[in-house]
Design a protein around this ligand. Structure first.
Ligand code: BG6
Length: 488
């Protein structure tokens, strides 16, 4: 028995900057992703250093045409191979594909008055091809790929001017691609502004004199993204009556280490801080605890008189989130064993296994997250990222990835269980449906896909695509709408 609704959107996800490649083709400008260098000397579990981009690295990236050590410039060449990939996705049976629109294909520097026609044509063709394959697009408007020009000349989202540039970009997307798109997400993992500010809001921390100043700048930039998100929601709602707009949160679920009330309080605090971002987008206002925090810390966010109204009036229709792992909170963290992951580092949970990159695999945590989010927001939920980065061994034209099948099986059963407990889940897009360049480490060898791409960390390989064992397994899950999870 499975409880997935009849019209459940089974799918997969990628992002433009990790998949398309073609970084300097079709009039595209440089984005923040294009200056992220592959740095094999860093520990892959050191999430913070992996993401951090210094002013020197920005300069170095701007001065080189290299694609070997700047892997996001080559991606998996989805730009040229999307037709072949969509044919494979269709065979896999997915109902939807989540991808993003590279802002720099439409407005190369973000400041132009007129959009780049070649960029528009690329996406029109992509969405038409998706329509032909009966694959519903789920589109992220901003997925870690803002124009680098805006970082260098405007301090990124700290500048209020960026809101109107983003609005212009959104308008072009809605006007040109709107007829194909029913599901929109505004900012990918909007809560990641403090985990990697350069990639998300274009803040270069070295430009600020103190940590405190950088923190205030990030909150200012975040405020501008909240406003931009609401204005995008407004425009989509006004222009496309059937379209739905979602918030997109990294669900960074925290557990207390044990029943020590102080640990429980610490975990509660972490979870509340994580919900802050979706709270603003769902409830249309800053939560009281954040207002209090700004007051205590003397952080003054510059707002215009209409801002409160904009946030209040244009809230989201659903909540989407990524879920990879859970973490542990304790007041005695100092002496505990640590693990890596997309939540920086956490105390090791003795009940959970970790991935090769140190991420704690926790399927039950997905059920807990779904139930908590639904109870909090009473809005439909969409899991738009979940998956495991693994080292795959390519043998005889395929990969025998039982570990991936096992991972997904456990997570799908927990989604099913949450649905059986009354949670409304509209869809699921695995991250990434096909191997792509890793966002944090820029590696190709950190593979998430059901489809293997023949390319290594330095870009050697044919870039040909091959179905892994998990491809056939996922196909069956989709075909049976989850019932196959319970067979044998
Ligand atoms: C999410 C991002 O944080 O995690 C994706 O939205 C990213 O862009 C995914 O790829 C997995 O992280 P990584 O670093 O393993 O690619």
């Amino acid at each position: 028995m499975s409880n997935f609704p009849k019209d459940f959107l089974w799918g997969g996800a990628i992002a433009a900057n990790q998949a398309e490649g073609a970084w300097n083709i079709g009039g595209k400008g440089l984005s923040v992703a294009d200056v992220a260098k592959y740095r094999p000397e860093l520990d892959v579990k050191d999430y913070v250093s992996q993401w951090h981009v210094t002013p020197e690295q920005i300069k170095e990236g701007m001065q080189t045409e290299d694609v070997v050590y700047w892997p996001k410039r080559r991606g998996i060449d989805f730009y040229h191979r999307y037709k072949e990939d969509l044919t494979l996705f269709k065979e896999l049976g997915i109902k939807c594909l989540r991808t993003s629109i590279a802002w720099t294909r439409i407005f190369p520097n973000g400041i132009e008055e007129e959009p780049n026609t070649e960029g528009i044509n690329f996406y029109v063709n992509l969405f038409k091809e998706m329509e032909r394959n009966e694959i519903e697009p789920v589109v992220t408007l901003s997925h870690y790929e803002m124009p680098l020009y805006l970082v260098n000349h405007y301090d990124g989202w700290v500048s209020r001017d960026v809101i109107s540039m983003f609005e212009r970009f959104v308008k072009v997307c809605v006007d040109n691609f709107g007829q194909y798109i029913n599901y929109w997400l505004t900012f990918n993992e909007i809560d990641s502004v403090f985990r990697h500010p350069f990639t998300t809001v274009g803040v270069v921390e070295e430009k600020y004199e103190s940590k405190k100043e950088a923190e205030a700048a990030i909150y200012q930039a975040l405020h501008h993204q909240f406003i931009a998100s609401s204005l995008a929601t407004k425009y989509i709602h006004e222009t496309l009556p059937n379209a739905k707009v979602g918030a997109m949160l990294t669900r960074t679920l925290a557990y207390p280490l044990n029943s020590n009330p102080e640990d429980v309080a610490l975990a509660q605090r972490h979870n509340r801080e994580n919900y802050f971002y979706s709270d603003v987008q769902v409830f249309g206002e800053y939560p009281q605890f954040m207002k209090k925090y700004f007051e205590d810390e003397k952080i003054e966010i510059k707002q215009l008189s209409g801002d409160e109204e904009i946030l209040k009036q244009h809230t989201v229709d659903f909540v989407s989130f990524s879920y990879y792992m859970s973490m542990i909170k304790t007041v005695n963290e100092k002496d505990m064993e640590k693990v890596g992951g997309n939540l920086i580092t956490s105390v090791k949970n003795p009940y959970l296994e970790t991935s090769a990159w140190g991420w704690q695999v926790d399927p039950v945590g997905l059920r807990i997250s779904l139930i908590d989010l639904y109870d909090r927001y009473h809005l439909p939920l969409f899991i738009v990222e979940n998956g495991i980065g693994s080292i795959d061994e390519f043998v005889d034209g395929t990969v025998h990835d039982d570990y991936r099948i096992d991972y997904f099986k456990q997570h799908f059963k927990e989604i099913d269980r949450a649905i059986s407990e009354g949670v409304e889940v509209i869809g699921y897009t695995s991250w990434g449906i096909i191997d792509i360049v890793s966002a944090s480490t820029s590696q190709m060898s950190k593979r998430y896909g059901f489809i293997y791409v023949d390319a290594d960390d330095l870009g050697n390989g044919s870039y040909d695509r091959y179905k892994k064992d998990s491809f056939h397994w996922y196909k069956k899950v989709i075909e049976t709408n989850g019932r196959s999870l319970y067979l044998n």
